[in-house]
Design a protein around this ligand. Structure first.
Ligand SMILES: NC(=O)c1ccc[n+]([C@@H]2O[C@H](COP(=O)([O-])OP(=O)(O)OC[C@H]3O[C@@H](n4cnc5c(N)ncnc54)[C@H](O)[C@@H]3O)[C@@H](O)[C@H]2O)c1
Length: 372
């Protein structure tokens, strides 16, 4: 068996800690370096890795450059504020490292296009760049995506997605980057809803047009939206509605329902709630398709957040070891980011926005606003 891949985690905040817990459980990975602009954040995570997690204490660095110079790094994991993702990913790829980028890919489409091109070029040199979308690996999502792709739902006609969450004011006040266009890139859609946008695109295919409204109704001292509604039209003709909010006290669930001419399914908080396809044959009910623990109503395991990332790490390690592209490519993440940007553009410009306008950069210079 080959030696574990040496990992550097860049950004040792909330999600950096979750990555450390997931990587610690993966036999193909070893955390060798921690990078944070705030030294105490790297030290706190090094304490956790060397203490509670019982692993060798990683090196601590104040910059990615210093970590790369010290050597031993095969995989760089970027867990910084969203607006810094691409700059750091470019630095890592330039040093020949594989890269995992937290969602969203970045907040800027020009930068996102740049890293997509770089990732395509790097793939030809055997370098893997993948973007976290851990819910693509949830058993419920895997079942629904396969059914949509295999035609078990017949013609997919529509979808309804809602992320009805609550974030209190203290959440937005907890970091100066939160709630800013420059570093968070948006609010309920960009930060919280992007997972659901990504699943919608995965289930329904190529988005062609977006109409949306956004508003800031229950928070202050932020630039971004805390509620958004959108209609997304796909090239298949399917129509989807998306509702994303951080202003739904006390916080309800994230749901996606997919409807087709011969079948439909519903996922609620990552669990399969409903699945039915025509024909009545065995294997067309939710309970036939996922373990009982992945059905709506099962008590969520305490480590669900870690498990999601661990599933995606399995995929990334396989991609690095085998040369097979990762399940989530930078191009996938670019498309989801473009849908999020289309939502903000539509809300700002008060008109439907074609995905071609967004993807081809025609609207790159538009400064988006909330509550347009
Ligand atoms: N996949 C998920 O479910 C999920 C969940 C939460 C957050 N995220 C994403 O993870 C990213 C970070 O979110 P968070 O909640 O952990 O934020 P956070 O504020 O808790 O942590 C960010 C860390 O990055 C550090 N940092 C800032 N600039 C840096 C730089 N130039 N170099 C190195 N470190 C730097 C900060 O000091 C901080 O410790 C965001 O992009 C967010 O969207 C993803």
């Amino acid at each position: 068996m080959s030696a574990p891949l040496g990992v550097a985690i860049v950004g040792c905040g909330i999600i950096g800690v979750n990555h450390a817990r997931a990587i610690a459980r993966h036999p193909g990975l070893a955390i060798v370096a921690l990078v944070d602009a705030v030294p105490s954040a790297a030290t706190a995570l090094a304490d956790l890795v060397g203490g509670e997690l019982g692993l060798d204490r990683p090196r601590e660095h104040a910059s990615l450059e210093a970590a790369l110079t010290s050597g031993g790094i095969d995989l760089v994991v970027i867990c910084t504020p969203s607006g810094l993702h691409v700059h750091l990913a470019e630095e890592a790829v330039a040093a020949g490292a594989n890269v995992v980028i937290e969602k969203p890919l970045d907040v800027s489409l020009p930068r996102a296009r740049r890293i997509a091109q770089l990732a395509r070029d790097a793939a030809s040199r055997g370098i893997v760049v993948s973007v976290i979308s851990q819910h693509r690996f949830d058993p419920a999502s895997v079942v629904v995506a396969a059914a949509a792709r295999d035609g078990r739902f017949g013609r997919v006609t529509s979808a309804v997605a809602s992320v009805a969450w609550w974030r209190d004011q203290a959440y937005y006040d907890s970091g100066t980057w939160r709630g800013t266009w420059a570093l968070d890139g948006g609010g309920a859609v960009m930060n919280q809803g992007v997972h659901t946008v990504d699943l919608l695109v995965w289930f329904l295919g190529t988005p062609v047009e977006v109409s949306a409204h956004t508003a800031l109704l229950a928070h202050e001292r932020v630039e971004i939206e805390d509620v958004a509604v959108a209609i997304i039209r796909f090239d298949s003709g399917a129509l989807a509605t998306l509702h994303a909010t951080t202003a739904a006290y006390p916080g309800l669930s994230a749901r996606i329902q997919v409807f087709g001419s011969t079948g439909s399914a519903s996922i609620d908080d990552d669990r399969l709630e409903y699945f039915h396809v025509a024909g009545g044959a065995a294997g067309n009910q939710a309970a036939d398709l996922v373990p009982a623990s992945e059905l709506k109503g099962a008590a969520p395991p305490a480590d669900a957040f870690v498990t999601g990332h661990l599933r995606q790490y399995d995929d990334v390690v396989t991609a690095i070891r085998s040369g097979i592209p990762p399940a989530v490519t930078v191009d996938d993440a670019l498309l989801s980011l473009a849908v999020v940007r289309a939502i903000y553009l539509s809300a700002t410009l008060h008109r439907p926005v074609a995905m071609t306008e967004v993807l081809e950069g025609v609207l790159d210079d538009v400064e988006v606003v909330t509550g347009g």
